[in-house]
Design a protein around this ligand. Structure first.
Ligand code: GDP
Ligand code: MG
Length: 440
């Protein structure tokens, strides 16, 4: 999405309020990107409607471009729809507080059960009992027992031949007798949602009255996760979602859809196989992932704080006229320094590939920014405005003044010529690099 929006960035260079047309074009890209990230169609629609309502007519902050403004609005709306505040597991009930874990097979229920147990034990000093209700796979109970041993969390002793409901009741009783604070019930899953599974879970719920029913869903499964969430919430009624495999390279669209479809908060994220790989849900992290352009928002915020908009506007005007002297170059270098150096800014800005390779070809990097600025400072006003007057003698003087070599002066002049050329071209095109930099 970041690449596609950068195309729009170039087009949206006007100042003032965002127009319907500006926003409309950006929304088409956002829509496509969300569908690619596996966000459900109806969710995409309600999302883009909300963003459009928020963006059309919005005043563009002076120091950012309209395109960047739209990106920020999209990001903020994503965070809002994902649920801005973290919702922790609710333990405000009479002990032992039952927590029921539901979801498809392989979604990470058993792993997450032990992760939550460990966290409650270590962070909240709770006494936790875990019980596996998975009667279908004999290895499942053993798996939970081993995880319990590894993490120092008790598990309900395994008794052969009992039904899931019987085990659940036994777990509640054992938790009461043993003075446990929390009892986590890990249910069996099927590869797909089926009636038998649902009936079983509903009956366990009826008998144990869980305070939390957490749907465990794999972030990598996209649309399927949404159907699963809808089915479980419809039949059983969930209180929250745990998103697993957030460490994988999924786009995170599942999170947005599940949240929108069920209206239930995403409470936790699994970020690895290890038993401590559990985190509170961070909406902005998922929003970044869905947009595929995380750092852009940070850059916009940073730029807005750092860059002098007046200066930038003047620069853009000069560029269009094809004027770009060494003072301007030094100004640009200083601005880049403020933004965290060349590599930082080049990595963050869309459409900078061409520029980056030119700068690399000129043998120019962060280390040299300071030196380049020093060189310009050692020049006279005339030399800065008209670099052509710099003959061999003048170059030697500047080199001596800035503590550099004549070859460094030549490199700087070459860079300046290249940049001036490119900016002249870009100035005619409008937007482009300086539209982005200057606009900021
Ligand atoms: P269940 O069938 O729902 O009980 O799923 P399991 O808990 O047995 O997990 C299935 C597989 O997913 C196991 O290999 C887990 O180690 C792995 N897994 C679970 N959660 C995560 C996670 O957050 N990240 C990663 N990378 N793997 C996970
Ligand atoms: Mg399991």
């Amino acid at each position: 999405l970041s690449d596609r929006l950068s195309g729009i960035f170039d087009k949206l260079t006007r100042r003032g309020a965002l127009s319907e047309a500006d926003v409309g074009e950006a929304m088409r890209e956002v829509r496509r990107a969300l569908l690619e990230a596996d966000v459900a169609l109806d969710v995409v629609k309600s999302f883009t409607d909300k963003v459009r309502a928020r963006a059309v007519g919005a005043e563009v902050v002076k120091s950012v471009t309209p395109g960047q403004m739209v990106v920020k609005i999209v990001h903020d709306q994503l965070v809002e729809m994902l649920g801005s505040e973290a919702k922790p597991i609710d333990l405000h009930a009479v002990a032992p507080v039952p927590i029921l874990m539901v979801g498809l097979q392989g979604s990470g229920k058993t792993t997450t059960t032990s992760k939550i147990a460990r966290r409650l034990k270590e962070r909240d000093r709770k006494k936790v009992l875990m019980a596996s209700l998975d009667t279908r796979r004999p290895a499942a109970m053993e798996q939970l027992k081993i995880l319990g041993e590894q993490n120092g969390v008790d598990t309900l002793p395994i008794v052969a031949g009992q039904s899931a409901v019987q085990i659940a009741n036994r777990a509640i009783n054992a938790a009461k007798l043993g003075g446990y604070d929390v009892v986590i019930l890990d249910t069996a899953g099927r590869v797909t949602v089926d009636e038998g599974l649902m009936d079983e879970v509903v009956e366990v719920k009826r008998q144990t009255n869980p305070h939390e029913i957490l749907l465990v869903a794999d972030a990598l499964t996209g649309q399927d996760a949404v159907n699963t969430a809808r089915a479980f919430d419809g039949r059983v009624g969930i209180t929250g979602i745990v998103l697993t495999r957030v460490d994988g390279d999924g786009r995170g669209g599942a999170a947005l859809s599940m949240r929108a479809v069920t209206g239930k908060p995403i409470k936790l994220m699994g970020v690895g196989e290890k038993s401590d790989a559990l985190e509170d849900f961070h909406p902005s992290r998922i929003a970044d992932r869905i947009l595929g352009m995380g750092d852009i928002v940070a850059l916009v915020e940073k730029a807005a704080a750092n860059i002098d908009a007046e200066k930038a506007a003047k620069m853009a005007k000069k560029m269009q006229k094809g004027e770009f002297d060494l003072d301007d170059l030094a100004d640009q270098l200083r601005q880049m320094q403020k933004l965290g150096g060349m590599n930082g800014i080049m990595g963050l800005m869309p459409g900078m590939g061409k520029m980056k390779s030119q700068i690399a070809a000129a043998g120019f990097d962060d280390r040299l920014i300071k030196r380049q600025i020093a060189i310009v400072q050692s020049m006279t006003k005339v030399e800065r405005a008209k670099p052509a007057v710099l003959d061999a003698k003048r170059k030697r003087r500047v080199a001596a003044g800035s503590g550099t070599d004549v070859s460094d002066i030549n490199k700087l002049l070459k860079l300046h010529r290249q940049m001036a050329d490119m900016m002249k071209k870009m100035g005619k095109q409008k937007g482009g690099l300086m539209g982005a930099l200057g606009g900021m």
